[in-house]
Design a protein around this ligand. Sequence first.
Ligand SMILES: *[C@@H]1O[C@H](CO)[C@@H](O)[C@H](O)[C@H]1NC(C)=O
Ligand SMILES: *[C@@H]1O[C@H](CO)[C@@H](O)[C@H](O)[C@H]1NC(C)=O
Length: 485
Amino acid sequence: MSTNSLLSILVCLLLYGFFTKITTAFSIKEATTDDLQLAFQQKHLTSRQLVQFYLKEIRRLNPLLRGFIEVNPDSLYLAHKADQERKANAQGSLHTLHGIPILLRDNIATKDKLNTTTGSFALLGSVVPRDAGVVVRLRKAGAIILGKASMSEWAAFRSTFLPRGFCGRKGQGRNPYVLSAGPCGSSSGSGISVAANMVAVSLGTETDGYILCPSSVNSIVGIKPTVGLTSRSGVVPISPRQDTVGPMCRTVRDAVYVLDAIVGFDHYDDATRAAVKFISEAGYKQFLKPNGLKGKRLGMVRSPFFKFSNDEGSVLTRVFKHHFDTLRQKGAILIDHWEISNIDEILNATGSAINAYLKQLLKSPVRTLADLIAFNKKFSNLEKTKEYGQDLFEAAESLKGADKLLKLVVANLNKLSRNGLEELVRKHKLDALVTPYDLRRSSDISTLLAIGGYPGITVPAGYDNVGVPFGICFGGLKGIEPKLI
Ligand SMILES: *[C@@H]1O[C@H](CO)[C@@H](O)[C@H](O)[C@H]1NC(C)=O
Ligand SMILES: *[C@@H]1O[C@H](CO)[C@@H](O)[C@H](O)[C@H]1NC(C)=O
């Protein structure tokens, strides 16, 4: 046989292997954005088929898991439009998210047929003035808004007694790994739906742990960006100095694609002006480096983040020892046993801007926090939320006019950050902190990151002895997203 014919046989075999892999082994389940784009390109899949698949999965799984509150009635139309655009444009000229369905947490405004209600009946029928800043960017990238995700109602800010992942409009969201374990909150529906393959990518929002916690306990990747990196305009607020919008996806790469699509200045959100200096102009994809850990100094703050209880604790201790060995093998320098001197004080602090959001709505059943409290009292049977009360709303309302007090609180939080994480990181030239993220068994790092507006990322780290997932979290000072990625 000539070299040529041998070569052509080889090429045929290779191609055969390649195509059979795509055609027979390609599954939308667990597919990444890159997998989906490749399938689009090779005409094995259309956006319409993809949306049809997700709609089927939502019909099958959502009655049990309750990750979606609403499905976009226009999603098939939008998918068809994306398919037409793909045909009309040169290959590779469209955004990585073009034609990819995305799920939005229910506090992110969309000016379409979907409601924006933060999980509460009180905002059903409210009319938003425009798309949220991040939604404008997602539509521009060509993403398909597939629906709204359930969440802890009013981001759990309504009451300390509200179960995580519970909202009046959808009831209790469930963790797809262990139904009884709880999905954490407050971006519960985003975590549930991505984990259960009802969608590939989603947005959550974080004030204090609201992206990181549901990402870790649903075994997905969550990026909580530096406050202001992504616009909060059109997002029902809790605390403007802490609120941030970020991706919740199954892989770091998918999360980076979503982050790339949503970062940037928005004249409706002043915080984006201050944060422009932190944005990587050439995007974040360039920081997805296999050897990115080399030479990075990672601080481990043992207390209170590594306090696991007894037998379950020993499983976690073993798992994390393994992860830390891996980090070292990949070239990271782990610096152990640091302490943050004011950590107890930091974990004890909180602050509130719902009134401003309610006021700018074009139409709404409620206009002020006081209206909201009255609504909840009147309709608590409808919402099945009576037993949970609304102590946090009432506490916030009682602070009305207490501007001086609020200023003091904010000044105190700034001071706590300066003397806490900032001091530790500067003094020891750390690139990031690394901690377990397992809210049920140890303190979590989110409050430390929240009060300074600092970024963090959690990635899946393992499962406990009953199969509930937990994460490993990296966090640091403002603008260090490139290093976290
Ligand atoms: C939005 O809420 C209204 C009730 O106010 C409901 O009729 C409509 O179906 C909801 N939209 C979607 C997309 O579910
Ligand atoms: C935490 O806050 C409570 C209530 O404000 C206060 O009584 C307590 O002393 C605080 N604890 C610490 C460690 O700051």
